[in-house]
Design a protein around this ligand. Structure first.
Ligand SMILES: Nc1nc2c(c(=O)[nH]1)N[C@H]1C(S)=C(S)[C@@H](COP(=O)(O)O)O[C@H]1N2
Ligand SMILES: [Mo]
Length: 407
């Protein structure tokens, strides 16, 4: 049977043989949620982002596949690109406040219950920096539920937190901490109080509360789109935490540590921290670690066919109930949500949408979209007070405006 996640692009890459078989096959999944029609032409956006500093940014105008092929899926790796060079030697430890600490091989993990989730992974920096606009993709992830493994390890009563450690690590400059008391023996003697700084090697790690970790959605994932997890996406095992921003989805997992302490490593407490000014007098601030995904949408591309224009886009971050589109300063119009792309998606996957624009006047136009979730929440406008109060660029789910020029 035709693999459901085979994109039109993958089919085209695969050449005529794959295409020839298509007509006879009933495609039951959302494989062709964004069908390109014959004679359809994509109008490139006028506002092109600067080059992305990470591999495989989503190229919005080329988006045609509900499942993002692994080879085209954005990669954000803060340290090494492939820290588990030999998956056969890899082990997963489960330790800390557990009665029965575990050491598991990949086969041990695979022998357990297998489950799949379709989840749109987005870096919380997406649409924060001007050069990060393609750090989002959708995949079918398969693995084993985390909760039952934790249960089997016998979580102790006093446990409150679960830390997920990656195999990758890098230098961390500990400067902004006057409490430093310890230096390595090899370090030169501290010249004085002005140079209280220390560099350590810190592994990538993120944590969740025990309650959050026990969410039945969380998977220890070894497959992406039906194939083994590629090295750059966390081979052999990563956490997939549906509904959380990318950073929570720890790649190259080596250790799951159950503790009774809040964990305040770099990616919880220094990086990926949203800092907000809560009152105009600048005396009240909030500091929160990047958390769950937020309701969001974006126009993906404008196409022309026989002199009629369509706008296609995507919405994600929450279960989507509606998407509206505004052209120039016109009234907001309801887009058609692609039904197929919600198929079995469980609410963690993006939805494609289309708005028939029809005949349009030549010249430059702006296009903006906004999504609604099932609770009636609306994606905030770019000048939203909450968004504007942030000092940091993380977790920006403000409405996105793009520009096209029509001839
Ligand atoms: N071990 C480890 N896990 C990690 C990261 C990392 O640098 N190391 N990056 C995180 C961030 S910030 C994001 S956005 C996602 C990106 O996942 P991807 O590279 O598979 O798209 O992985 C997360 N998991
Ligand atoms: Mo990220």
């Amino acid at each position: 049977m035709l693999d459901q996640d085979m994109s039109r692009r993958a089919l085209l890459k695969g050449g005529g043989a794959a295409l020839a078989g298509l007509g006879a096959i009933q495609v039951s999944g959302p494989a062709h949620a964004f069908p390109g029609e014959p004679g359809e032409e994509v109008i490139p956006w006028l506002d092109q982002p600067p080059p992305a500093p990470y591999p495989n940014p989503l190229e919005w105008e080329k988006l045609d596949s509900y499942y993002t092929p692994a080879d085209d899926f954005f990669v954000v790796s803060h340290y090494q690109a492939n820290p588990v060079a030999n998956p056969a030697a890899w082990r997963l430890g489960i330790d800390g406040l557990v009665r029965w600490p575990q050491t598991l091989t990949l086969d041990d993990v695979k022998a357990r219950q297998r489950r799949e989730v379709t989840f749109t992974l987005e870096c919380s920096g997406n649409h924060g920096f001007p050069f990060v606009t393609g750090a989002v993709g959708n995949a079918r992830w398969a693995g084993t539920p985390l909760a039952s493994l934790l249960q089997r390890a016998g979580v102790r009563r006093q446990a409150s937190e679960v830390v997920f450690w990656g195999a990758d690590s890098g230098p961390a400059d500990i400067r902004d901490n006057v409490g430093i008391i310890k230096r390595f023996p090899a370090d030169p003697p501290a010249p004085g109080p002005d140079t209280l700084d220390l560099t350590i090697t810190e592994p990538f790690a993120r944590s969740m509360s025990l309650d959050e970790a026990m969410d039945e959605q969380n998977l220890l994932c070894y497959e992406m789109n039906g194939a083994p997890l590629p090295p750059e996406h966390g081979r052999p095992l990563r956490l997939i935490a549906p509904g959380w921003y990318g950073v929570a989805n720890v790649k190259w997992l080596t250790r799951i540590e159950v503790t009774d302490q809040r964990f305040a490593g770099r990616f919880m407490a220094r990086d990926y921290v949203t800092i907000r000014q809560r009152t105009p007098d600048a005396l009240s601030w909030s500091f929160s670690t990047v958390n769950h995904t937020r309701l969001k949408s974006a126009p993906a591309k404008v196409t022309r066919r026989r002199n009629r224009y369509s706008i296609m886009g995507v919405a994600w971050g929450a279960p989507i109930s509606e998407v509206e589109v505004q052209i120039d300063d016109g009234r907001w119009m309801t887009a058609r949500l692609d039904r197929q792309s919600s198929w079995k998606d469980g609410g963690f996957a993006w939805r494609f949408w289309t708005l028939e624009w029809g005949k349009a006047a030549p010249g430059v136009h702006t296009i903006r979209s906004r999504a609604y979730d099932g609770d009636g929440n609306r994606q905030p406008p770019p000048d939203d007070a909450y968004l504007a109060s942030r000092l940091t660029f993380w977790e920006n789910n403000g409405q996105i405006t793009r520009k096209v020029k029509l001839n």
